[in-house]
Design a protein around this ligand. Sequence first.
Ligand code: TXA
Ligand code: MG
Length: 315
Amino acid sequence: MIPFRTKYLSADPAGLAQAADLLRQGQLVAFPTETVYGLGGDALNGEAVAAIYAAKGRPSFNPLIAHVASVEAAHRFVQWSNQAERLATAFWPGPLTLVLPLREGHGVSSLVTAGLDTLAVRVPAHPTARALLQAVDGPVAAPSANPSGRISPTTAEHVRAGLDGRIAAVVDDGPCGVGLESTIVGLAGEPTLLRPGGVALDQIEEVLGAQLHIHQSGDLLTAPGQLQSHYAPDAPVRLNALARQADEILLGFGPVDCDVNLSADGDLPEAAANLFATLHDLDKSGRPIAVTPIPDEGLGAAINDRLRRAAAPRG
Ligand code: TXA
Ligand code: MG
């Protein structure tokens, strides 16, 4: 393949029309969602989906999320249920992904599901993502637009830094508001939290009126970012640090003495929005990173999940 530079497209009608054309042709286009930038490819086109795995260097057993423009579009691919209806009504469009049994005649490439009989679907809230999905009028498979195992991108510049020359285009529409990937809930069996994310667990349990089963890595289902080392900067990461050691940079939360603060006010949504961009920045310094404790409530659970993976022993 002849190397090419990745095109920057703006989030105006002309840029989105070009992005939609590229996707329909089976090319890869990164685009903003409210969580992180996604690396999109036509979910019905096996070659396009294979190209996503290749561009990311992603292990092929890790299935992808199909992004659609509306609940009605989701109905075309998965078997709907009362629980799905309740969660979709409460949180779509938004940072929630539902894993449901595939519907007969779905047409989705088995590379998207990695051969599972379920599909992860999400209706993103970002206006640019919605406009693009409407223009494509089909499911777009989109993992986070970063090389596998690395920090997720929350700006078009992060996407370029990781994937330039490997994908056709990136739609640039500034930084992502939520900053953490979607929460993933499995509804194919007992309702299960597969990945903490942009919608807090207690909000989901309130809507379902039941507690979610929490996915344990020993469970049968192989799922979300379950590879332990993930979201990893080059530098080592140390958690629950109370002070700097040696030449560490101290990343703080709340009213603490530190080098960089995720949210001096102790605001968890603000910290989530800053997390990946801050890790990208700190990584450039080449110094080890220490992080002060972050409460495990609300979005803190998702922040701590990503930090634990960033700190996990590298495979
Ligand atoms: O916020 C997000 O969800 C972003 C944006 C781009 O939408 N996407 C994202 O995709 O985080 P990705 O591929 O990085 O993470 C998708 C996760 C994977 O960890 C995968 O294991 C899980 O979803 N997953 C996908 N299909 C599944 C399925 N059928 N059953 C269980 N888990 C599934
Ligand atoms: Mg990812």
